[in-house]
Design a protein around this ligand. Structure first.
Ligand code: ADP
Ligand code: MG
Length: 510
């Protein structure tokens, strides 16, 4: 670890850091705050390593944290309205069908399942809206002064939102550390002694389980003659190293006062092999470990796989089509999945787009969280993007409508586009860079590669859960379900803790 002096004047000594690291390591082992080292896996054994975390919680403005939580129900309403408006959604994303095979697969599966006749009117979703702090004063901004620091949205995720369980664990871990006085070194100034009362509670796991339980109840009793039991089917990627993020939601469902049976099934071939559709489209799961003839009828399909283009080979396509066609409630349905494309986020910045879905007051609150975004097509907005590229694109990021990290272009955008066939340009959006306040907090980040100190930038993710009918009725369920908070070094562009960029953290609300 570097031993340079921190900006606030205090940097714990090597000895103090070691004492904290030892506490954190024990906490992580005892709470399964770990990732599997898949290459070490044998039938009976696997090595694992701790999920990256920050040594200290990081200061974050309380008013902006609360604002983000408060507007989540409006974001939920917006993205449900988008999933109900197939015409608008198609228009916003149709350019992608020719350039992104994932978009082609999702629209193709949607068309096929629609042609077969929709049999489930209820949908569920877990959303995550990600924000960073943005400054309007680039000279000497104060990160905690709200008049110059605002909240800007990085992206809106509607599919397979990860990190909820890790976010809960890190909040519990920092609270434990604060409560035990682990940070209260004799020479530490007040602002380096985080108080537990300034660390928000995190109920992510319970909230997500609660949504799935509500959806399960909304499905009701088994409809097919063949089954006596209903269950949630949790679709996951095979060879998964991130089980410590996924499993807690499953365990919480089994643990409920009224237990909700939940089974995991790998994406792809296993869906084809272990599920069937009845004539009336009930989805039956035939657990491979049960010899008996009684299948389980699936009430809710919870998707934590199927977000990458390579998953849609012939088998993947057939598997998703079977799930989508079925009468199970999908979390989420394919139209909600499509609304996660970054083209949708950009299309919402067009004049009047938000007002199509929300009242003017609500639209104004949402618009405040937007930075400028442009398409790279032939529209007037697209021509504006070309002018930016021609003049100076250093304040912009180029994004492809894909998930999972590693797809954004942060530098050399004009050169990158020059080497990209013009036919593929419309699948990109140009997004203004969020300007992080210059007086960023310092922290010590712990990851597999080591323990390092430096200037940091944090990202706040707000989780939303909803349940709705495709027809225009009020939502059956619409809540802000919790938060995630991740911190990275200021000079790192990407953010994905499980891939080694950044770490989980807790906001210290001030
Ligand atoms: P994905 O998570 O699908 O890869 P994101 O839009 O979340 O794509 O971008 C990845 C990371 O890039 C973000 O977590 C953030 O750290 C950074 N980033 C994305 N958009 C911006 C932006 N407009 N300004 C500053 N940083 C950004
Ligand atoms: Mg992201």
């Amino acid at each position: 670890m570097s031993s340079q002096s921190s900006q606030g004047g205090f940097l714990p000594s090597e000895e103090q850091v070691l004492a904290l690291l030892s506490q954190i390591q024990d906490w992580q082992i005892n709470h399964g705050f770990l990732l599997k080292l898949l290459e070490s896996e044998t039938e009976h054994d696997v090595l694992s390593y701790p999920v990256g975390v920050s040594l200290y919680p990081t200061p974050f403005p309380k008013s902006l944290f609360n604002r983000a939580m408060d507007i989540q129900s409006i974001y939920n309403e917006l993205y449900v309205a988008i999933a109900r408006d197939e015409t608008w959604l198609y228009d916003a994303t149709k350019e992608l069908i020719h350039t992104e095979s994932l978009a082609n697969a999702l629209w193709g599966i949607h068309e096929q399942s629609k042609a077969a006749g929709a049999v489930q009117e209820i949908s569920a979703a877990i959303f995550r809206s990600d924000y960073m702090l943005h400054t309007t004063n680039t000279k000497s901004p104060d990160p905690l002064d709200e008049s110059e620091t605002t909240l800007k949205q990085v992206e809106f995720n509607t599919f397979s939102c990860a990190g909820a369980s890790h976010a809960k664990r890190v909040a519990d871990m920092h609270r434990y550390m604060a409560r035990t006085g682990a940070y209260n070194f004799k020479d530490a100034p007040e602002h380096h002694r985080p108080r537990a009362s300034s660390l928000p509670r995190n109920d992510n796991v319970e909230s997500l389980a609660s949504l799935l339980a509500t959806a399960h109840a909304a499905y009701g009793a088994p409809k097919s003659q063949a089954s006596k039991q209903t269950a949630v089917l949790y679709i996951v990627q095979p060879y998964n190293f991130n089980v410590a993020d996924e499993r807690p939601i499953e365990y919480a469902l089994w643990e409920r006062e009224e237990s909700v049976p939940t089974y995991r099934l790998d994406w792809g071939e296993d869906i084809i092999q272990y599920t069937t559709l009845t004539e009336t489209k009930e989805l039956l799961f035939h657990p491979p470990w049960l010899a008996g003839p009684d299948p389980v009828e699936v009430s809710v399909v919870y998707m934590r796989a199927g977000y990458e283009a390579h998953e849609y080979n012939h088998i993947g396509w057939q598997a998703r089509l079977r799930l989508e066609q079925s009468s199970a409630i999908k979390c989420p349905s394919i139209l909600s999945h499509i609304s996660t494309f970054k083209k949708v986020q950009q299309a919402l910045t067009a004049p009047g787009a938000l007002e199509r879905f929300l009242s003017p007051d609500k639209a104004a609150l949402i618009r405040k969280t937007f930075v400028m975004m442009y398409p790279l097509d032939q529209s007037a907005e697209g021509l504006r993007a070309r002018k930016i590229l021609h003049d100076d694109s250093s304040n912009y990021i180029l994004k492809r409508s894909l998930e999972g990290g590693g797809n954004n272009i942060y530098d050399g955008i004009p050169d990158f586009l020059a080497s990209t066939p013009p036919g593929a340009w419309p699948s990109y959006i140009l997004m203004e860079r969020i300007k992080t306040p210059a007086s960023m907090p310092r922290n010590i980040l712990i990851s597999r590669t080591g323990v390092e100190e430096g200037l940091t930038v944090s990202e706040l993710g707000i989780l939303g859960t909803c349940l709705w009918k495709q027809t225009k009725e009020p939502l059956l369920h619409n809540t802000c379900a919790g938060w995630t908070f991740k911190t990275k070094f200021a000079d790192v562009d990407e953010m994905s803790v499980v891939k080694g960029y950044g770490c989980f953290d807790t906001p210290l609300l001030e």
